[in-house]
Design a protein around this ligand. Structure first.
Ligand SMILES: Cc1cc2nc3c(=O)[nH]c(=O)nc-3n(C[C@H](O)[C@H](O)[C@H](O)COP(=O)(O)OP(=O)(O)OC[C@H]3O[C@@H](n4cnc5c(N)ncnc54)[C@H](O)[C@@H]3O)c2cc1C
Length: 434
């Protein structure tokens, strides 16, 4: 079984609201024959596209190979939230890696957000970038924890973009009976994820990257130079970047043992008209504190784009709309009978500690993946960090790579059944309100 093909048709975007509103872009050719490059990038999501773009801008010759089409994976399907910080809370990072590295990781996360905003501005990517992500708690206890967290980021790191929301202000922003208060982070942002990916691809192609689509990499010879094999051709390159994230399959065993694919789902309702104000009163995105997080925002045409629900096997559920409707109605009971026009799933990758896994799988092969639902900024940034590492400036890459990443129990073979058990337990805790 290969996640590259288990839920999708070859080289077709899923029928998402994003695909329905994608900016037009010319398709790239299939690799046919042998090519040489300084760097061969495998995977055309944010990680691979950003790495390729930065390398080409630095004067390297770059080939990028994508099994389907650019932005096909999580990068073209996600919630579009450009969140602050690393995926793991700073408080936990301070305990795990010490204050010095935690401070460096905070700075790198701020760089990641700034990088996305500057790439969009520099390459004039039309992707509806807008400021503001709120995090809301489901109880007064959670509201207080969110306030304490914001205070920690302000005191320790001088972060001043978070506005505290008490219960009244929380309901003023999001009139759901399920939520209390939390904070609104105006340094975070949201965007159209597929249009962002397509814009990166166009910028990379303009910078000279040779992009090939419908070109699945089937094997990599870890030699110097390395040889990257696809069905109808191969690329000989001094360096290789693995940027396959949740769709890696068995291409590299070391990465597969530490990075686990999971599926997550989004629905887009019919346009809500004046009912939109019963969902959100400002054009910001929201995430909540559940273990299986709910996240949502309004689209440009006033639909609710609601993300919620996960699955841990190879196949998506048969009725994705029904799967997402359940948590959506828990948060917005008045939308019980709303029509869902689009519902889609995507595969992302998580690690045991929810920090990305950046590593050298061989002296000339770098890999970055496992952003654990926090990849809009972090994956774009990891691509840049790998590009810099290849240029001999590895400080940022090494700081990320120093974060200890545990293999999943059971390795690549048994990780899935054990994960299902663990995740089901945590999801049950959500339902029981523990
Ligand atoms: C439903 C959903 C909601 C999410 N919401 C958010 C959010 O709101 N905010 C956030 O920050 N993050 C979110 N994420 C996570 C985020 O989308 C990812 O972390 C990010 O897109 C990862 O980018 P990537 O380039 O590493 O991987 P991907 O975008 O998945 O790209 C990997 C690419 O590699 C290709 N590939 C794989 N194997 C091969 C091969 N052998 N040969 C050639 N090509 C190959 C695939 O076809 C794919 O296009 C979400 C993810 C999902 C699925």
């Amino acid at each position: 079984m290969n996640l590259l093909y288990s839920n999708d048709r070859k080289a077709e975007y899923p029928a998402s609201w994003y695909a329905a509103t994608a900016n037009p872009i010319d398709r790239f050719p299939v690799l046919a024959g042998d090519e040489k490059a300084d760097v061969c990038v495998v995977g055309g999501g944010y990680t691979g596209l950003s790495a390729a773009l930065h390398l080409a801008e630095a004067g390297f010759s770059v080939v990028l190979l994508e099994a389907h089409c650019v932005g096909f994976g999580a990068s073209g399907r996600n919630g579009g939230q450009l969140g602050s910080a690393q995926r793991m809370d700073q408080e936990d990072l301070e305990r795990l890696v010490g204050d010095d590295d935690a401070a460096k990781l905070w700075d790198l996360a701020e760089d990641a957000k700034a990088l996305v905003k500057s790439l969009i501005a520099k390459h004039q990517i039309d992707c509806d970038l807008k400021p503001g992500v709120a995090v809301l708690g489901l109880s007064t206890g959670e509201q207080q924890e969110l306030h304490d967290h914001a205070a920690h980021l302000s005191d320790r790191y001088g972060y001043d973009q978070m506005e505290l929301l008490d219960e009244g202000a929380g309901h003023g922003l999001c009139p759901s009976p399920a939520y209390r208060g939390g904070y609104l982070d105006m340094g975070a942002a949201h965007l159209h994820p597929l249009n962002y990916a397509l814009g990166l691809a166009q910028a990379a192609a303009k910078a000279g990257v040779r992009i090939y689509e419908s070109t699945e990499v089937t094997g990599i010879e870890e030699t110097a130079p390395a040889v990257v094999h696809a069905a109808q051709g191969k690329v000989t390159a001094d360096h290789v970047i693995l940027a396959c994230n949740g769709y890696l399959g068995g291409l590299n065993g070391k990465v597969a043992a530490r990075v686990m694919p999971i599926n997550n789902f989004i629905a887009a309702t019919e346009p809500l008209g004046t009912d939109a104000a019963r969902v959100l009163t400002r054009d910001v995105a929201v995430a909540d504190t559940k273990f299986v997080v709910n996240y949502f925002r309004l689209s440009a045409d006033n639909r609710l784009l609601f993300g919620g629900g996960e699955s841990y096997g190879y196949s998506f559920p048969a009725d994705i709309a029904a799967k997402v409707r359940k948590p959506m109605v828990e948060i917005f009971p008045h939308l019980r009978d709303v029509k869902i026009d689009y519902a889609w799933g995507g595969t992302l990758a998580i690690t045991m500690r929810r920090m990305p896994y950046l590593t050298r799988v061989a002296p000339n092969i770098l890999s970055a993946s496992g952003y654990s639902g926090h990849g809009v900024g972090t994956a774009t940034h990891a691509g840049q960090l790998m590009a810099l590492a290849i240029q001999g400036q590895a400080e940022g890459f090494d700081t990320m790579a120093r974060v200890p990443t545990l293999p999943f129990p059971g390795g690549a073979t048994l990780r899935s059944p054990l994960l299902v058990l663990a995740m089901t337990w945590f999801a049950l805790r959500d339902r029981l309100g523990l």
